[in-house]
Write a protein that binds this ligand. Structure first.
Ligand code: BG6
Ligand code: MG
Length: 961
């Protein structure tokens, strides 16, 4: 299978609309949708220029101050692809005559779309048609089409009519708010058109945005035409040829569209002079340079490899590269979302470009700087200081008519600045004044948007990434990202000041310190009980969405329920807090990230195409490989397989970029937190190998991942520093480092009570004593539920069992009494109380270089170890008071593994309690249960007592054999 091309060898009429999107060719500026040359049998002929739009006032039933004024819509331009063929006197179309064979391939290496059709007209005339289409990456104004017809069986008279079809229009909107334009009249006025010397020319201007467009198509033919007929009103040229049997004729069409000046005719002529072959060669060179870094190889899964290159290729086609445009949510493939730019660019696509082609990332950021003045105006309208970037726009003006899922997504500012930060860290460039200016203006926006309430900096009435929750107070994503935005602005300003550089804007006297105060006091809603960050102040007070009673055909929810119905429920369109934990990964422990991912997952519908890729990355991060794989499968072929059912309206660029992220950030576990490049690879079991490259500060790093090892090679560039898992290393040009990924026993993390010693019965006695004192029922059976469970939670178990509830003071008092009783009983403890075999095992582990950690839920663990005389046996004792959540959450085990410096995959946990086994498994480790088989579900091995625990058993457990 050729994974560097995509196409079909059999024609399926049902796929016409979908294929038009998939076969789009574009160069970031000019986009030609993949519709057929002929009109009949096409779904929607589309030709676009990135950022070329017209606007009209938004018609509101009810409007209020500050609502977005105008909508902007990318325009469908005169169609230069259109070429009609007549064979004999019959028009060629896929809907008439007989299609003998039909194939179509988009080649990512050449950037050429090839179509071959073998067709017999209803009169029995057979032709073979070969078309090649290219939109030049190296000459952004130009597109080239070659159209070849062969008379297969007989001599034939054929006619080729080539158009610059000025009759095309945008699609009009239906019920789906995501599709179609709302223009009241034709937005593009054709000013002039002419036909001269086999060239078609037009000039046009938009009604309201006053943008100019010039188009030209120059033709050449491989043999003389018996007749050439211009048709001025249609802006078309017809060529008649008589072909002998077996003879071919090629019509070449050289197209140029310009918006900055009227050079289109000149450019088209120049393109024709250079010819198809010369353009094709340049195109191939450009793409070869791109793929030398961008190529991803997957051994064992060609379908996915092909889909990934397809996605990467489409992203390359979608992104503006001249600093004046960005990336429309649908690229240049269709009119969905009106050609608007959203945060998709910075949050999803930009990371990929930072590491594959940084000049594109820079260009995308330059676009944001270009619209900074408009963002300043928008901030004013919104009674804010600084600059507020638009949620959706083309020109820079806010175009979202629905502010709850538009302007309220203030996080766009932080997303853009996060992207700036990433770009600088990835390339190692120092921040130019333009970026510092954006950072200052965004910091000012946050300061004026938020306010201090009870000592906390609160940002109220905002919408986070999850658009199923709107206009809430203190959306955690927004606040976390705003905090990061402020920290970044502070760092940039201070670095400029330290270097004596002049800041692009003058800061007021206390401005910097006020940013610091806000950043430090930022409110990040956190629920102690659940140990999770609340999506916002109200999230946990909402009823969960009734998924059980929502039929499948009522999804996606946004098309079947009023927004208010959705807003009043606990339901997510896409990851919100979980996204923050990906972007700001270094702020959270592994345990936290896993816990929050698991908490939010059941409420996350995935109704947004931006959802699954993030879910995949965070499932990988949460040691849930299978889940990561399942989500990945839903994202990587989202458009190819039309998973959302709307790819006909355009590709989903964010999801495509997300599929790259799911491979690099997900499976390869790449992180770039604050400029440190690290990897934590987890190859999907379906793959034999994964190879990809990243450009890190001008150096190209190749990562080759196999099930048993990973190799990092510095292909070009002086030196690069990276971290594999928890090992730092540095590579010089040409140097490689290979790390084994085969789990190898490196550390054992012991629970204490019931595993190393018999203190469990002392806990029991103490609980029994306080239970009796308080007339609560408590016995050995109830005690089973207390094993491994924290003191506070243990009391809750007893109270629940007795159906009583106590006030806080009472609980504190009884907890103290229980602990006093327990601690008193510890007096009697000595080394004699260690379980048989423990000392020997600990010695053996030490002699074999296996690290030993203690992961006990007991606050008395250190005292107990002291009494047992084994304190010095541990490389680390994790402190339960310093982790966020007790067992069954994984915190204590992950903390212990970090403290002994052994990667979690090389650690084994040993536990006697159900909650403990669960904690070990949630920590992504192998678990040895001490006790009886049936009572310790999830254990990888259960032993009756610690006496049976040997080095050999531990080794086998970690290797899963
Ligand atoms: C665990 C015990 O090790 O520690 C539990 O299995 C106990 O029964 C828990 O509740 C907390 O111990 P402590 O000493 O902090 O009360
Ligand atoms: Mg225990």
């Amino acid at each position: 299978m050729d994974t560097m091309s995509f196409g079909y060898a059999e024609y399926d009429p049902a796929q016409i609309a979908h294929n038009e999107t998939l076969f789009t060719l574009a160069n970031g500026y000019l986009g030609l949708r993949g519709d057929f040359e002929e009109t009949q049998g096409t779904y929607h002929k589309g030709t676009y220029i990135n950022g070329f739009y017209d606007s009209e006032p938004i018609l509101y039933g009810e409007r209020a101050y500050g609502f977005a004024e105008n909508h902007e819509t990318i325009l469908n331009l005169p169609d230069p692809k259109r070429i009609e063929l007549e064979v004999g006197s019959l028009p060629f179309s896929m809907k008439s005559g007989v299609v003998n064979t039909s194939s179509r391939y988009l080649n990512y290496k050449t950037g050429i779309l090839t179509r071959i059709v073998d067709w017999t007209s209803s009169q029995g005339d057979r032709v073979k048609i070969t078309t090649e289409r290219m939109v030049s990456f190296t000459d952004k104004h130009c597109a080239l089409i070659s159209y070849t017809v062969e008379a297969v069986d007989t001599d034939l008279l054929i006619r080729l009519t080539s158009f610059l079809d000025i009759g095309v229009r945008n699609r009009s909107s239906k019920d789906d708010p995501r599709v179609g334009s709302k223009f009241t009249s034709n937005p593009l006025v054709i000013l002039n058109h002419s036909i001269e010397n086999e060239a078609l020319n037009f000039s046009a201007r938009t009604r309201n945005s006053a943008l100019n467009l010039y188009g030209s198509a120059v033709h050449t033919t491989s043999k003389g035409a018996s007749q050439i007929t211009p048709s001025e009103p249609d802006l078309a040229l017809s060529y008649t040829f008589s072909l002998a049997k077996g003879e071919c004729v090629t019509l070449n069409k050289y197209v140029a569209y310009t918006t900055e000046d009227d050079s289109a005719p000149f450019r088209a002529r120049k393109c024709a002079q250079e010819g198809f072959a010369s353009y094709a060669q340049e195109q191939e060179q450009f793409l070869s340079d791109f793929w030398s870094v961008a190529r991803i190889l997957i051994e064992g899964d060609e379908m996915t490899e092909q889909a990934l290159q397809f996605n990467i290729f489409h992203l390359l086609q979608a992104c503006g590269r001249d600093g004046t445009s960005s990336m429309a949510a649908k690229g240049l493939t269709g009119e969905g979302y009106e050609g608007h730019y959203f945060w998709d660019t910075e949050a999803y696509a930009l990371p990929m470009f930072c590491y594959l082609k940084a000049d594109i990332a820079k260009s995308l950021l330059d676009y944001r700087y270009r619209i900074l003045d408009k963002a300043r105006l928008r901030a004013k309208t919104m009674s804010l200081k600084g600059a507020l970037f638009p949620w959706r726009t083309i020109s820079g003006e806010e175009c979202s008519a629905y502010y709850p899922a538009g302007t309220a997504q203030y996080h766009i500012d932080a997303d853009i600045l996060y992207a700036v930060e990433k770009y600088l860290a990835a390339t190692g460039e120092t921040a130019p004044p333009a970026y510092v200016e954006m950072a200052i203006e965004s910091a000012r926006m946050w300061l004026s948007l938020g306010c201090f309430i009870d000592g906390e900096f609160c940002i109220n009435e905002v919408t986070g990434p999850d658009e199923y929750t709107a206009c809430v107070n203190n959306n955690a994503y927004t606040n976390l990202m705003a905090q990061n935005n402020l920290a970044f602005a502070i760092a940039l300003v201070e670095s400029y000041q330290q270097q004596g550089k002049i800041l692009p804007l003058v800061l007021e006297k206390d401005e910097l310190s006020s940013w610091k105060q806000a950043q430090e006091a930022m409110r990040i809603p956190f629920d102690k009980g659940l140990g999770i960050y609340e999506q916002d102040d109200s999230f946990l007070k909402k009823a969960p969405w009734p998924f059980d009673t929502t039929p499948q055909d009522k999804h996606p929810l946004l098309l079947h329920f009023h927004p208010l119905v959705i807003y009043r429920h606990r339901v997510l369109k896409q990851p919100d807090l979980v996204l923050a934990q990906f972007f700001l990964s270094g702020l959270f422990t592994k345990a936290e990230r896993r816990r929050n991912f698991s908490f939010y997952e059941p409420y996350t519908t995935g109704d947004s195409s931006l959802s699954y890729c993030i879910q995949s990355i965070m499932a990988s991060d949460s040691f849930q490989s299978l889940k990561a794989w399942t989500y990945f499968k839903k994202t990587v072929r989202l458009d190819i397989d039309d998973i959302q059912g709307n790819s006909a309206d355009g590709i989903h660029t964010a999801s495509m970029a997300g599929s790259w992220m799911a491979v690099v950030y997900g499976f390869a576990g790449f992180r770039d937190w604050k400029g440190t490049f690290s990897f934590d690879p987890k190859l999907p079991t379906a793959w034999k190998a994964l190879t990809f490259c990243l450009t890190l500060r001008n150096a190209v790093l190749k990562v080759e991942l196999r099930p048993s090892e990973v190799t990092y090679t510095l292909m070009t560039g002086k030196e690069v520093a990276l971290v594999h898992r928890n090992v730092s290393c540095s590579l010089k040009e040409g140097e490689s480092r290979t790390f084994s990924l085969v789990p190898k026993l490196g550390g054992v993390l012991f629970d204490l009570d019931g595993v190393l010693c018999d203190t469990a019965h002392l806990h029991y006695k103490a609980w029994k004593q306080v239970s009796d004192e308080n007339l609560l029922h408590f016995d050995r059976e109830v005690n089973k539920g207390l094993l491994g469970v924290s003191r506070e939670a243990s009391l809750q178990v007893i109270l629940d069992h007795n159906n009583v509830d106590w006030p806080h003071e009472k609980r504190t008092e009884v907890l103290k009494r229980k602990n006093d009783a327990y601690v008193a009983s510890l007096d009697s403890i000595t080394g004699e109380d260690l379980f048989p075999g423990v000392l020997g095992l600990l010695s053996e582990l030490k002699s074999q270089g296996v690290k030993i950690g203690l992961a006990s839920a007991s606050k008395n663990a250190r005292t107990v170890c002291e009494k047992l005389g084994i304190l010095d046996r541990f490389d680390a004792i994790a402190d339960i008071t310093r982790v966020q959540k007790p067992k069954p959450e994984p915190d204590i085990f992950l903390a212990a593994s970090e403290q002994i410096g052994v990667w979690y995959t090389d650690c084994v946990g040993v536990e006697d309690a159900k909650a403990g086994i669960e904690a070990i498994k949630r920590a992504g480790m192998q678990a040895v249960g001490i006790g009886s088989e049936g009572e310790l579900p999830g254990s990888d091995v259960v032993l009756k007592s610690t006496e049976e625990l040997t080095l050999d058993v531990l080794k086998r457990v970690v290797q899963k054999i």
